[in-house]
Design a protein around this ligand. Sequence first.
Ligand code: CMC
Length: 366
Amino acid sequence: MASVTGLEGIVAAETELSFVDGEKGLLIYRGHEAKELALQTSFEEAAYLLWNGKLPGDEELIHFRAQWKAHRVLPAALKAIIDQLPAKSDMMSVLRTAISAEGAADGTSRAWPPQPEAALRYTAMLSVIIAYRYRQTEGLPPVEPHPELDHVANYLYMLTGKLPKQAHVKALTTYFILAMEHGMNASTFAGRVVLSTQSDMASALCASIGAMKGPLHGGAPSEVVHMLDEIETKERAEMWLRQQLSSGQRLMGFGHRIYKTFDPRAEALRIITTGLAAEDPWFELATLVESVAVNLLHEFKPGRKLYTNVEFYAAAVLRAVSMPKTLFTPTFTAARMVGWTAHLLEQASCNRIFRPQSVYVGTIPG
Ligand code: CMC
Protein backbone atom coordinates (compact mmCIF):
# COMPACT_ATOMS: atom_id res chain seq x y z
CA MET A 1 0.00 0.00 0.00
CA ALA A 2 1.18 3.56 -0.73
CA SER A 3 2.56 5.46 2.27
CA VAL A 4 0.45 8.50 3.09
CA THR A 5 2.43 11.63 3.94
CA GLY A 6 -0.24 14.38 3.80
CA LEU A 7 2.67 16.61 2.61
CA GLU A 8 3.91 16.73 6.23
CA GLY A 9 7.05 18.86 6.54
CA ILE A 10 6.95 20.01 2.89
CA VAL A 11 7.50 23.75 2.36
CA ALA A 12 4.97 24.91 -0.25
CA ALA A 13 5.57 28.70 -0.16
CA GLU A 14 7.35 31.54 1.58
CA THR A 15 4.98 33.84 3.42
CA GLU A 16 5.18 37.13 5.31
CA LEU A 17 1.71 36.63 6.76
CA SER A 18 2.09 34.31 9.73
CA PHE A 19 4.47 32.07 11.61
CA VAL A 20 3.40 29.06 13.63
CA ASP A 21 5.95 27.66 16.07
CA GLY A 22 4.46 24.30 16.98
CA GLU A 23 7.03 23.41 19.63
CA LYS A 24 6.82 26.70 21.54
CA GLY A 25 3.09 27.23 20.90
CA LEU A 26 3.60 30.61 19.24
CA LEU A 27 1.48 32.25 16.52
CA ILE A 28 2.66 35.47 14.87
CA TYR A 29 0.82 37.64 12.32
CA ARG A 30 3.21 39.91 10.42
CA GLY A 31 5.52 40.41 13.40
CA HIS A 32 2.77 40.68 16.05
CA GLU A 33 1.79 37.94 18.49
CA ALA A 34 -1.75 36.87 17.53
CA LYS A 35 -2.73 36.47 21.19
CA GLU A 36 -1.85 40.12 21.89
CA LEU A 37 -3.69 41.34 18.80
CA ALA A 38 -6.71 39.30 19.79
CA LEU A 39 -6.92 40.96 23.18
CA GLN A 40 -5.99 44.51 22.12
CA THR A 41 -7.23 45.30 18.59
CA SER A 42 -10.44 45.25 16.60
CA PHE A 43 -11.01 42.67 13.86
CA GLU A 44 -10.77 45.47 11.30
CA GLU A 45 -7.31 46.52 12.56
CA ALA A 46 -6.02 42.94 12.55
CA ALA A 47 -7.40 42.39 9.03
CA TYR A 48 -5.79 45.63 7.84
CA LEU A 49 -2.49 44.37 9.25
CA LEU A 50 -2.70 41.09 7.34
CA TRP A 51 -3.76 42.70 4.07
CA ASN A 52 -1.46 45.73 4.21
CA GLY A 53 1.52 44.67 6.30
CA LYS A 54 1.08 47.28 9.05
CA LEU A 55 -1.51 48.36 11.58
CA PRO A 56 -3.62 51.30 10.37
CA GLY A 57 -3.17 54.87 11.58
CA ASP A 58 -6.25 56.72 12.91
CA GLU A 59 -7.22 58.26 9.55
CA GLU A 60 -6.54 55.02 7.67
CA LEU A 61 -8.75 53.10 10.10
CA ILE A 62 -11.66 55.53 9.70
CA HIS A 63 -11.46 55.25 5.91
CA PHE A 64 -11.05 51.45 6.05
CA ARG A 65 -14.04 50.99 8.37
CA ALA A 66 -16.20 53.07 6.02
CA GLN A 67 -15.08 51.03 2.99
CA TRP A 68 -15.83 47.80 4.88
CA LYS A 69 -19.33 48.93 5.82
CA ALA A 70 -20.05 49.89 2.21
CA HIS A 71 -19.51 46.26 1.18
CA ARG A 72 -22.15 44.81 3.51
CA VAL A 73 -24.93 44.97 0.95
CA LEU A 74 -26.01 41.78 -0.84
CA PRO A 75 -26.97 42.28 -4.50
CA ALA A 76 -30.58 41.31 -5.24
CA ALA A 77 -29.43 38.74 -7.83
CA LEU A 78 -27.29 37.02 -5.19
CA LYS A 79 -30.16 36.94 -2.71
CA ALA A 80 -32.34 35.36 -5.41
CA ILE A 81 -29.79 32.56 -5.92
CA ILE A 82 -29.52 31.94 -2.17
CA ASP A 83 -33.33 31.94 -1.90
CA GLN A 84 -33.54 29.11 -4.42
CA LEU A 85 -31.28 26.72 -2.51
CA PRO A 86 -33.19 23.93 -0.75
CA ALA A 87 -33.80 24.40 2.98
CA LYS A 88 -31.81 21.21 3.65
CA SER A 89 -28.58 22.70 2.15
CA ASP A 90 -25.90 23.00 4.81
CA MET A 91 -24.53 26.50 5.35
CA MET A 92 -21.03 25.73 4.04
CA SER A 93 -22.52 24.59 0.74
CA VAL A 94 -24.62 27.77 0.67
CA LEU A 95 -21.50 29.90 1.21
CA ARG A 96 -19.55 28.07 -1.51
CA THR A 97 -22.45 28.54 -3.93
CA ALA A 98 -22.94 32.21 -3.01
CA ILE A 99 -19.26 33.11 -3.47
CA SER A 100 -19.24 31.23 -6.76
CA ALA A 101 -22.36 33.09 -7.93
CA GLU A 102 -20.94 36.44 -6.87
CA GLY A 103 -17.69 35.66 -8.69
CA ALA A 104 -19.66 34.87 -11.84
CA ALA A 105 -21.70 38.07 -11.53
CA ASP A 106 -19.05 40.62 -10.69
CA GLY A 107 -17.31 40.56 -14.06
CA THR A 108 -13.81 40.16 -12.63
CA SER A 109 -13.61 36.40 -13.01
CA ARG A 110 -10.91 36.74 -15.67
CA ALA A 111 -9.06 39.64 -14.06
CA TRP A 112 -5.47 38.97 -13.10
CA PRO A 113 -3.99 39.70 -10.64
CA PRO A 114 -6.75 39.74 -7.97
CA GLN A 115 -7.23 43.12 -6.31
CA PRO A 116 -7.15 43.97 -2.55
CA GLU A 117 -10.61 45.51 -2.90
CA ALA A 118 -11.98 42.04 -3.75
CA ALA A 119 -10.45 40.66 -0.54
CA LEU A 120 -12.35 43.24 1.50
CA ARG A 121 -15.56 42.84 -0.48
CA TYR A 122 -15.80 39.03 -0.16
CA THR A 123 -14.83 39.18 3.52
CA ALA A 124 -17.41 41.86 4.35
CA MET A 125 -20.05 40.01 2.36
CA LEU A 126 -19.61 36.52 3.77
CA SER A 127 -20.91 37.26 7.26
CA VAL A 128 -23.88 39.06 5.75
CA ILE A 129 -24.63 35.99 3.61
CA ILE A 130 -24.53 33.76 6.72
CA ALA A 131 -26.93 36.04 8.61
CA TYR A 132 -29.28 36.42 5.64
CA ARG A 133 -29.48 32.68 5.05
CA TYR A 134 -29.68 31.75 8.73
CA ARG A 135 -32.68 34.00 9.33
CA GLN A 136 -34.33 32.73 6.17
CA THR A 137 -34.06 29.09 7.26
CA GLU A 138 -35.35 30.01 10.72
CA GLY A 139 -38.39 31.73 9.12
CA LEU A 140 -37.27 35.15 10.40
CA PRO A 141 -37.26 38.41 8.42
CA PRO A 142 -33.83 39.65 7.27
CA VAL A 143 -32.03 42.29 9.33
CA GLU A 144 -30.29 45.18 7.58
CA PRO A 145 -26.65 45.93 8.57
CA HIS A 146 -26.28 48.37 11.47
CA PRO A 147 -24.39 51.46 10.26
CA GLU A 148 -22.78 52.09 13.66
CA LEU A 149 -21.50 48.58 14.32
CA ASP A 150 -18.17 47.07 13.35
CA HIS A 151 -17.87 43.73 11.60
CA VAL A 152 -18.13 41.30 14.52
CA ALA A 153 -20.84 43.21 16.41
CA ASN A 154 -22.76 43.65 13.18
CA TYR A 155 -22.56 39.90 12.51
CA LEU A 156 -24.20 39.15 15.87
CA TYR A 157 -26.73 41.92 15.29
CA MET A 158 -27.71 40.65 11.83
CA LEU A 159 -28.12 37.10 13.17
CA THR A 160 -30.31 38.03 16.14
CA GLY A 161 -31.83 41.41 15.27
CA LYS A 162 -30.72 42.65 18.71
CA LEU A 163 -27.84 44.83 19.81
CA PRO A 164 -25.26 42.34 21.13
CA LYS A 165 -23.84 42.35 24.66
CA GLN A 166 -20.42 43.99 24.86
CA ALA A 167 -18.93 40.87 26.51
CA HIS A 168 -20.15 38.74 23.60
CA VAL A 169 -18.67 41.13 21.04
CA LYS A 170 -15.34 41.07 22.89
CA ALA A 171 -15.27 37.26 23.09
CA LEU A 172 -16.25 36.77 19.47
CA THR A 173 -13.74 39.39 18.31
CA THR A 174 -11.00 37.49 20.13
CA TYR A 175 -12.12 34.32 18.37
CA PHE A 176 -12.31 36.04 14.95
CA ILE A 177 -8.77 37.40 15.27
CA LEU A 178 -7.31 34.10 16.48
CA ALA A 179 -9.08 32.16 13.72
CA MET A 180 -8.30 34.53 10.84
CA GLU A 181 -4.96 33.10 9.76
CA HIS A 182 -2.87 29.99 10.32
CA GLY A 183 -0.15 29.44 7.75
CA MET A 184 -0.39 26.72 5.12
CA ASN A 185 -3.39 24.82 6.45
CA ALA A 186 -5.50 22.67 4.11
CA SER A 187 -8.02 25.34 3.09
CA THR A 188 -5.39 28.04 2.55
CA PHE A 189 -3.28 25.67 0.50
CA ALA A 190 -6.32 24.65 -1.58
CA GLY A 191 -7.03 28.30 -2.38
CA ARG A 192 -3.41 29.08 -3.26
CA VAL A 193 -3.27 26.07 -5.60
CA VAL A 194 -6.33 27.30 -7.51
CA LEU A 195 -5.06 30.87 -7.69
CA SER A 196 -1.63 29.69 -8.88
CA THR A 197 -3.21 28.73 -12.19
CA GLN A 198 -4.02 32.47 -12.61
CA SER A 199 -7.62 31.69 -11.79
CA ASP A 200 -9.75 34.27 -9.95
CA MET A 201 -10.32 34.97 -6.27
CA ALA A 202 -13.87 33.60 -6.15
CA SER A 203 -12.78 30.24 -7.61
CA ALA A 204 -9.95 30.01 -5.09
CA LEU A 205 -12.30 30.88 -2.20
CA CYS A 206 -14.73 28.17 -3.30
CA ALA A 207 -11.88 25.63 -3.01
CA SER A 208 -10.98 26.96 0.44
CA ILE A 209 -14.58 26.80 1.66
CA GLY A 210 -14.83 23.21 0.38
CA ALA A 211 -11.68 22.24 2.31
CA MET A 212 -12.82 24.06 5.44
CA LYS A 213 -16.07 22.10 5.53
CA GLY A 214 -14.46 18.76 6.43
CA PRO A 215 -14.55 17.50 10.05
CA LEU A 216 -10.77 17.15 10.21
CA HIS A 217 -10.39 20.89 9.56
CA GLY A 218 -13.15 23.47 10.14
CA GLY A 219 -15.89 21.03 10.99
CA ALA A 220 -14.39 20.10 14.37
CA PRO A 221 -16.09 22.61 16.75
CA SER A 222 -19.62 21.36 16.18
CA GLU A 223 -18.26 17.81 16.63
CA VAL A 224 -16.90 18.92 20.01
CA VAL A 225 -20.39 19.99 21.08
CA HIS A 226 -21.76 16.72 19.74
CA MET A 227 -19.16 14.82 21.82
CA LEU A 228 -20.09 16.72 25.00
CA ASP A 229 -23.79 16.17 24.31
CA GLU A 230 -23.13 12.43 24.12
CA ILE A 231 -20.97 12.38 27.26
CA GLU A 232 -23.74 14.26 29.10
CA THR A 233 -22.38 13.99 32.67
CA LYS A 234 -18.99 14.24 34.38
CA GLU A 235 -19.36 10.67 35.67
CA ARG A 236 -19.60 9.27 32.13
CA ALA A 237 -16.63 11.22 30.71
CA GLU A 238 -13.78 8.77 31.26
CA MET A 239 -15.75 5.71 30.18
CA TRP A 240 -17.02 7.42 27.01
CA LEU A 241 -13.61 8.77 26.00
CA ARG A 242 -11.92 5.41 26.69
CA GLN A 243 -14.48 3.64 24.50
CA GLN A 244 -13.83 6.08 21.66
CA LEU A 245 -10.08 5.65 21.81
CA SER A 246 -10.29 1.86 22.26
CA SER A 247 -12.36 1.63 19.08
CA GLY A 248 -9.80 3.73 17.15
CA GLN A 249 -11.91 6.91 16.99
CA ARG A 250 -10.33 10.38 17.11
CA LEU A 251 -11.31 12.85 19.79
CA MET A 252 -12.47 16.08 18.19
CA GLY A 253 -10.72 19.22 19.41
CA PHE A 254 -7.42 17.43 20.11
CA GLY A 255 -4.24 16.93 18.11
CA HIS A 256 -2.65 19.13 15.47
CA ARG A 257 -0.23 18.65 12.61
CA ILE A 258 1.93 21.57 13.71
CA TYR A 259 1.33 22.16 17.43
CA LYS A 260 3.10 19.61 19.62
CA THR A 261 2.14 21.49 22.74
CA PHE A 262 -0.96 23.41 23.88
CA ASP A 263 -2.37 25.40 20.94
CA PRO A 264 -1.90 29.09 21.96
CA ARG A 265 -5.23 29.98 20.37
CA ALA A 266 -6.98 27.47 22.62
CA GLU A 267 -5.31 29.05 25.65
CA ALA A 268 -6.52 32.57 24.79
CA LEU A 269 -10.03 31.30 24.07
CA ARG A 270 -10.12 29.37 27.34
CA ILE A 271 -9.37 32.59 29.24
CA ILE A 272 -12.15 34.42 27.40
CA THR A 273 -14.66 31.61 27.93
CA THR A 274 -13.82 31.31 31.61
CA GLY A 275 -14.82 34.97 32.01
CA LEU A 276 -18.11 34.39 30.18
CA ALA A 277 -19.28 30.96 31.17
CA ALA A 278 -17.53 29.89 34.38
CA GLU A 279 -20.88 29.10 36.02
CA ASP A 280 -22.27 27.20 33.04
CA PRO A 281 -22.46 23.42 33.78
CA TRP A 282 -21.63 22.72 30.11
CA PHE A 283 -18.37 24.61 30.49
CA GLU A 284 -17.58 22.74 33.71
CA LEU A 285 -18.12 19.48 31.84
CA ALA A 286 -15.92 20.72 28.96
CA THR A 287 -13.08 21.55 31.35
CA LEU A 288 -13.25 18.09 32.89
CA VAL A 289 -13.48 16.35 29.51
CA GLU A 290 -10.42 18.26 28.34
CA SER A 291 -8.21 17.13 31.20
CA VAL A 292 -9.42 13.51 31.06
CA ALA A 293 -8.99 13.43 27.28
CA VAL A 294 -5.43 14.78 27.35
CA ASN A 295 -4.46 12.14 29.94
CA LEU A 296 -6.08 9.35 27.96
CA LEU A 297 -4.48 10.51 24.71
CA HIS A 298 -1.08 10.22 26.40
CA GLU A 299 -2.03 6.70 27.55
CA PHE A 300 -3.40 5.52 24.19
CA LYS A 301 -0.95 7.39 21.91
CA PRO A 302 2.28 7.60 23.89
CA GLY A 303 4.86 9.93 22.36
CA ARG A 304 2.35 11.51 19.94
CA LYS A 305 2.17 14.85 21.80
CA LEU A 306 -1.59 15.29 21.43
CA TYR A 307 -3.01 18.36 23.17
CA THR A 308 -6.13 20.53 23.02
CA ASN A 309 -6.44 22.42 19.73
CA VAL A 310 -8.22 25.68 18.92
CA GLU A 311 -11.45 23.94 17.99
CA PHE A 312 -12.14 22.66 21.49
CA TYR A 313 -12.34 26.15 22.97
CA ALA A 314 -13.77 27.62 19.78
CA ALA A 315 -16.77 25.43 20.54
CA ALA A 316 -16.87 26.82 24.09
CA VAL A 317 -16.67 30.48 23.00
CA LEU A 318 -19.21 30.08 20.22
CA ARG A 319 -21.59 28.37 22.60
CA ALA A 320 -21.05 31.07 25.23
CA VAL A 321 -22.09 33.80 22.76
CA SER A 322 -25.20 31.73 21.87
CA MET A 323 -24.04 30.94 18.34
CA PRO A 324 -26.21 28.14 16.90
CA LYS A 325 -24.22 24.91 16.39
CA THR A 326 -24.96 24.90 12.66
CA LEU A 327 -23.05 28.20 12.36
CA PHE A 328 -19.81 27.10 14.07
CA THR A 329 -17.92 26.19 10.89
CA PRO A 330 -19.44 29.08 8.87
CA THR A 331 -18.33 31.49 11.62
CA PHE A 332 -14.80 30.06 11.50
CA THR A 333 -15.00 30.60 7.73
CA ALA A 334 -16.10 34.23 8.16
CA ALA A 335 -12.96 34.86 10.22
CA ARG A 336 -10.60 32.85 8.00
CA MET A 337 -11.68 34.82 4.90
CA VAL A 338 -9.08 37.42 5.89
CA GLY A 339 -6.23 34.90 5.96
CA TRP A 340 -7.32 33.18 2.75
CA THR A 341 -7.60 36.40 0.78
CA ALA A 342 -4.28 37.69 2.17
CA HIS A 343 -2.66 34.46 0.97
CA LEU A 344 -4.28 34.80 -2.44
CA LEU A 345 -2.91 38.33 -2.84
CA GLU A 346 0.50 37.11 -1.72
CA GLN A 347 0.36 34.14 -4.10
CA ALA A 348 -0.44 36.47 -7.01
CA SER A 349 2.48 38.74 -6.11
CA CYS A 350 5.04 35.94 -6.61
CA ASN A 351 3.17 33.34 -8.58
CA ARG A 352 4.35 30.04 -9.91
CA ILE A 353 1.84 27.30 -10.66
CA PHE A 354 1.80 24.46 -8.08
CA ARG A 355 2.72 21.17 -9.68
CA PRO A 356 3.92 18.51 -7.20
CA GLN A 357 4.69 14.97 -8.25
CA SER A 358 3.25 11.61 -7.37
CA VAL A 359 5.06 8.28 -7.25
CA TYR A 360 3.37 5.57 -9.28
CA VAL A 361 2.98 2.45 -7.16
CA GLY A 362 0.61 0.54 -9.46
CA THR A 363 1.41 -2.23 -11.90
CA ILE A 364 3.20 -1.72 -15.22
CA PRO A 365 1.75 -3.61 -18.22
CA GLY A 366 3.80 -6.44 -19.77
N1 CMC B 1 -7.72 11.66 18.76
C1 CMC B 1 -7.11 10.46 18.83
N2 CMC B 1 -5.97 10.16 18.18
C2 CMC B 1 -5.42 11.14 17.45
C3 CMC B 1 -6.00 12.42 17.33
C4 CMC B 1 -7.18 12.67 18.03
N3 CMC B 1 -7.79 13.84 17.97
N4 CMC B 1 -5.24 13.18 16.52
C5 CMC B 1 -4.21 12.39 16.13
N5 CMC B 1 -4.32 11.17 16.69
C6 CMC B 1 -3.41 10.03 16.55
C7 CMC B 1 -3.54 9.38 15.20
O1 CMC B 1 -4.51 8.36 15.21
C8 CMC B 1 -2.15 8.86 14.99
O2 CMC B 1 -1.99 7.68 15.72
P1 CMC B 1 -1.15 6.43 15.12
O3 CMC B 1 0.18 6.97 14.74
O4 CMC B 1 -1.14 5.44 16.22
O5 CMC B 1 -1.91 5.98 13.91
C9 CMC B 1 -1.26 9.91 15.65
O6 CMC B 1 -2.08 10.54 16.63
C10 CMC B 1 -0.75 10.96 14.71
O7 CMC B 1 -1.84 11.50 14.00
P2 CMC B 1 -1.79 12.00 12.49
O8 CMC B 1 -2.89 11.33 11.75
O9 CMC B 1 -0.40 11.90 11.93
O10 CMC B 1 -2.12 13.53 12.68
P3 CMC B 1 -2.32 14.52 11.49
O11 CMC B 1 -1.28 15.56 11.62
O12 CMC B 1 -2.44 13.84 10.17
O13 CMC B 1 -3.78 15.09 11.82
C11 CMC B 1 -5.49 16.33 12.84
C12 CMC B 1 -4.00 16.27 12.50
C13 CMC B 1 -5.84 17.70 13.40
C14 CMC B 1 -6.32 16.10 11.55
C15 CMC B 1 -5.80 15.21 13.89
O14 CMC B 1 -5.09 15.48 15.07
C16 CMC B 1 -7.29 15.07 14.14
O15 CMC B 1 -7.95 14.33 13.40
N6 CMC B 1 -7.83 15.74 15.21
C17 CMC B 1 -9.25 15.70 15.47
C18 CMC B 1 -9.98 16.68 14.55
C19 CMC B 1 -9.74 18.12 14.98
O16 CMC B 1 -9.83 18.46 16.15
N7 CMC B 1 -9.48 18.96 13.96
C20 CMC B 1 -9.23 20.38 14.17
C21 CMC B 1 -7.79 20.73 13.95
S1 CMC B 1 -7.35 22.37 14.45
C22 CMC B 1 -8.01 23.36 13.17
C23 CMC B 1 -7.16 23.37 11.98
O17 CMC B 1 -6.04 23.92 12.07
O18 CMC B 1 -7.62 22.91 10.94
